[in-house]
Each structure stands twice: as structure tokens, then as C-alpha cells.
Design a protein. Structure first.
Length: 391
């Protein structure tokens, strides 16, 4: 019995090997899916929309930047982001100590100017009477009149200084110029505001977020197709299942570069011009927010109830099937492959079709096909079916 055991083991191994080889060869010869020799699609009827697509950004229709016209330490901030405000409402306050002191100094200077003006006025009036009787010289009288005019001018200057000091003191209190919503805040308590050369922006207030806009660039290649008043649809990634509507309200011409910019090296210049499209959006439901990215489609034309085929059918090429000679280079015609009686294992029929408009997904067929026809859109490979398992 001990001598027979190795023979049985050898026989078993050979048997298993034969079975494995047979299964593998059978799986290799087997068509993964005889019914799917071609991927197909039916010719249908539907609506086709031509559009120009671009990407833009949402922003409020109208905003106001609130700045500070004076410098100083911020002692109070009364509002925060997304907070509604009313016209005249307190937004922030700057330390008024310096400006209160300037106002007191200006008032003191004004009182001194008033006193000096009164003194020169009395002296001039007295010299006028004396001059009538030739009791003073003309030179003395002229000097008195000149001093009187100077004191009057100084009085006006001091009055203006008081008014300026009063205005600066009032500017320590920063209020909202409109009714709206705070969408930007760049100030905190303890921050020093410096307004020496330009007024720093402290707040940005959107007048009404129920009316917004999308600003999107339009390539110069497409600008001839768009016009003010065209309908617009767009989506935002934050609400992917919702399609919003708008209207093209304005087309802005691109900035014209100066001669210096035009003479810059060629590598630093952009050869393509973009026009900014301003799209009016109704945000009555308050779903949209400023700065969201919008995937925009500007509707150029709508074609209703037309014959449609997928664009993938126009890219199919079956070398094993002879194609008829092309009738010129007209882009309005193409060749597609139609199944005969829906048989995916048969040889497709080569059909010459006349095309209409396209929306990058589907194309209109003017002649050559009818609704319900099945056309080839691709040829699947073994990779499309995933790994093949013999067991």
C-alpha cells in the first residue's frame, strides 16, 4: 500500500491540471457578453438647447464700502458678519480724545480771533472819524483798514477750523450709510486705523441680498453669440440638485491696455480677450451666498421636439465595415452605424446622416434616421466587463 500512494497522488494532480486548463481555455474562448458586442443608443425626440458655458462668481448686486476718514484707535465695534443694519446705525467708534482736544483748541483760537477782530474794528472806526478831520495821516488810516481786513480773514479761518474739528469729531462715530447686510468686516477693537493717504475699508454692506449677480468671463470666440436679455441657467456646487435662472443684464468690454502694456514682451501678453457678462439673479429664497462659484449656461437657442443622437455615435469607427466614400468635407453630414433589426451580433448598416445643431452632448439629425433606430455608440472591450474569473 505504501508503494501505491505516490501513483494515486500523481494521477490526481494530472487530473486537476487537465480540468483547470480546460476551464481556462473555455473561459478564454467564451464571448463575455454576446448581446453586448456594441454599445448602442436609440434615436429619440426631444428638446435641444444651445448655450455658451462659462464659470463665474456670485456677488451682491449693489455694495457699499464703509471707510474711515480719520485715524485713531478703534474703541468699539457694534456689528458682525451677516448682520442686518439700518441707515444711520452705529458700526464702530474711534477714540475721540484727540479730536475733542482739537475742537477745544479750535474754539479757543476762534475766541482769540474774535477778540482781535473786535479790537481792530474799534480802532479802525476811531481812525475813520479822525481822518475826516485830518487828525491822522492817510498812511495810518490805510494801515488800520488793512489790519481790520486781516483780522476779519483770520476770524473766518478760525471759524472754519472749529467746523473742521467738529466734523472730525463726528467722524469718530462710523455709521451705516444704507439699509443692508454686513458681508465683510475688517476691524476689531484695539486696532489702529491709519487714514493718511487713503481711506481704509472697514466694512462692506450689501444693499439687498435678494437681488444678486453673477460676473462670468465670455471668450471672444463666443461673444458674437450672446446678447443682453438672453436667459441664463446656472448651478452651484453647494446646492448641486438645484438649477437657478437669471438674465444677461450687461456685457462689459475688456480693459484696453496702455501702449506700455502693448509693447511688453510677447510671453507676458494674453492673446485672448474676455468680456465680462453680468447676470441678474433673483435670490428671493436666500439660497445663494456671495462668492459662490456658478457653472453658467447662457441660452443661445432652443430647438423643440427634434431628432437627437448622442455625440458619441459620431465618434465611432468600425474598420472592419467598409464605409461609403465621403461626399465632400461638409460638417453638416456624418456617418453612423445602425443595427439591423436590433441585432447586436450582426453587421451594422452604415448610414449617412445630415446633422443640425449640437449642444456638446447630443446632435440634431435632419435626415437619415428615424425615432427608435438603434445606433452604435461604442465597442466594449474585456476591460469594460471587469476581471474574468474561470471558477
Amino acid at each position: 500500500m505504501s508503494r501505491a500512494a505516490p501513483g494515486w497522488r500523481t494521477f490526481a494532480l494530472v487530473t486537476v491540471g487537465v480540468v483547470v486548463v480546460a476551464v481556462v481555455l473555455s473561459a478564454a474562448k467564451k464571448d463575455p457578453d454576446p448581446a453586448a458586442r456594441y454599445t448602442v443608443s436609440r434615436v429619440t425626440r426631444g428638446d435641444l438647447v444651445q448655450s455658451v458655458r462659462t464659470i463665474g462668481q456670485l456677488s451682491p448686486w449693489s455694495t457699499v464700502e464703509v471707510s474711515s476718514q480719520i485715524s485713531g484707535l478703534v474703541t468699539a465695534v457694534a456689528v458682525d458678519f451677516n448682520e442686518p443694519v439700518k441707515k444711520g446705525q452705529l458700526l464702530a467708534r474711534i477714540d475721540p480724545s484727540t479730536y475733542e482736544q482739537k475742537l477745544r483748541q479750535a474754539r479757543a483760537d476762534l475766541e482769540a480771533a474774535q477778540a482781535n477782530h473786535r479790537l481792530t474794528e474799534l480802532r479802525t472806526q476811531r481812525l475813520r472819524g479822525l481822518r475826516k478831520h485830518d487828525l491822522v495821516t492817510q498812511q495810518e488810516y490805510d494801515d488800520s483798514e488793512a489790519l481790520f481786513q486781516q483780522s476779519h480773514a483770520m476770524l473766518l479761518t478760525r471759524q472754519a477750523a472749529v467746523e473742521n474739528a467738529r466734523v472730525d469729531l463726528e467722524r469718530c462715530t462710523i455709521t451705516s450709510p444704507i439699509d443692508g447686510v454686513v458681508i465683510y468686516k475688517q476691524v476689531e477693537v484695539g486696532k489702529t486705523v491709519v487714514a493718511s493717504f487713503s481711506a481704509p475699508t472697514l466694512f462692506v454692506i450689501a444693499q439687498d441680498l435678494r437681488k444678486m449677480r453673477v460676473i462670468a468671463p465670455i471668450n471672444e470666440v463666443d461673444i458674437g453669440q450672446v446678447a443682453v436679455g438672453q436667459p441664463v441657467t446656472f448651478t452651484v456646487d453647494a446646492i448641486p440638485d438645484h438649477t437657478f435662472e437669471g438674465r444677461l443684464a450687461q456685457l462689459r468690454s475688456p480693459y484696453t491696455p496702455s501702449e506700455k502694456q502693448q509693447s511688453a514682451p510677447a510671453g507676458q501678453q494674453s492673446t485672448i480677450a474676455n468680456f465680462d457678462a453680468v447676470i441678474e439673479v433673483n435670490n428671493k429664497d436666500s439660497l445663494l451666498r456671495p462668492s459662490l462659484t456658478a457653472n453658467v449656461s447662457i441660452i443661445i437657442d432652443r430647438h423643440r421636439d427634434v431628432l437627437l443622437i448622442p455625440n458619441s455615435a459620431l465618434r465611432v469607427s468600425l474598420p472592419e465595415i467598409e464605409r461609403p466614400p465621403s461626399a465632400g468635407t461638409d460638417n453638416s453630414s456624418a456617418t453612423v452605424y445602425k443595427l439591423r433589426d436590433g441585432n447586436r451580433n450582426g453587421v451594422p448598416e452604415v448610414v449617412r446622416v445630415t446633422l443640425g445643431v449640437s449642444d456638446r452632448i447630443s446632435t440634431q439629425v435632419l435626415s437619415g434616421l428615424k425615432p427608435g433606430d438603434e445606433i452604435v455608440t461604442g465597442v466594449p472591450t474585456l476591460r469594460d466587463y471587469g476581471p474574468q474569473r474561470p471558477f
